[in-house]
Ligand binder design. Structure first.
Ligand code: GRF
Length: 221
């Protein structure tokens, strides 16, 4: 079966991109990365794509007079690569409503919190300040409001005593690298549908049961 063609937009480190590349290296994975676009020259994400033989393009937002013009360039590049889905992976630009609408239900993002809690930047510092015991990460379809949209997959991650924003970010990032490929696989298999702004996952016969609750602190604390 033809694999779903994906365009990835990234601005920096690209560790989530790397997780997607690794998953898609398996020919049985139902999606392939057709293009990686970065808005920053020299972004590490570009080197990761290069190393995997994936076409890359730098579209610098600074080169455009308006957000609309920048987004039109993104759109044109994605269409030229015949992308059917856009994955935002640490893409640090706000997208215009026109672009978001054009890719409605065909664009996903990963955010390092259990949305709708803690959208926006400096997530882990705010999680620590709030004192929550469990945080996590979310893959969601993109809507215009930042870090909003129908939720596809989430992982819960404990906040541990002594955590700093950095130690917590590292723990959450490991979970991100697990759920982003999972979410992409579900989309590629045609098993994730947006129905009335919620995502329905079509069960696979013989699929594993949903795991039990993650308790933090643990019951035997
Ligand atoms: C991740 O924490 C992701 O959740 C957020 O930006 C970060 C990107 O990291 N949207 P990377 O570039 O994928 O390593």
């Amino acid at each position: 079966m033809a694999r779903l063609k994906v365009g990835v937009l990234a601005s920096g480190r690209g560790s989530n991109l790397a997780a997607l590349i690794e998953a898609a290296a398996d020919p049985a994975f139902p999606a392939e990365i057709a293009l990686v676009i970065a808005n920053v020259k020299g972004a590490a994400a570009l080197a990761r794509a290069d190393a995997a033989g994936i076409p890359t393009k730098v579209i610098e937002h600074r080169a455009f007079a308006s957000r609309a013009a920048f987004d039109a360039a993104l759109d044109a590049a994605l269409r030229a690569a015949k992308a059917e889905l856009v994955c935002l992976a640490g893409f640090m630009r706000l997208l215009t409503p026109k672009f978001v609408e054009a890719w409605r239900d065909r664009m996903v993002n990963i955010h390092p919190s259990l949305l709708p809690a803690f959208p926006g930047l400096d997530t882990h510092a705010r999680v620590l300040a709030a004192g929550v015991k469990i945080t996590g990460c979310t893959v969601h379809f993109v809507r215009h409001e930042t870090d909003s949209g129908p939720i596809l997959a989430q992982a819960a991650v404990p906040v541990l005593p002594g955590d700093t924003a950095d130690t917590l970010a590292a723990r959450v990032l490991e979970a991100e690298h697990r759920i982003y490929p999972l979410a992409l696989r579900l989309i590629g298999e045609g098993r994730a549908r947006v129905v009335e702004e919620r995502v329905e996952i079509v069960a696979r016969t013989g699929g594993k049961a949903t795991p039990g609750a993650l308790l933090n602190p643990p019951q035997d604390a």
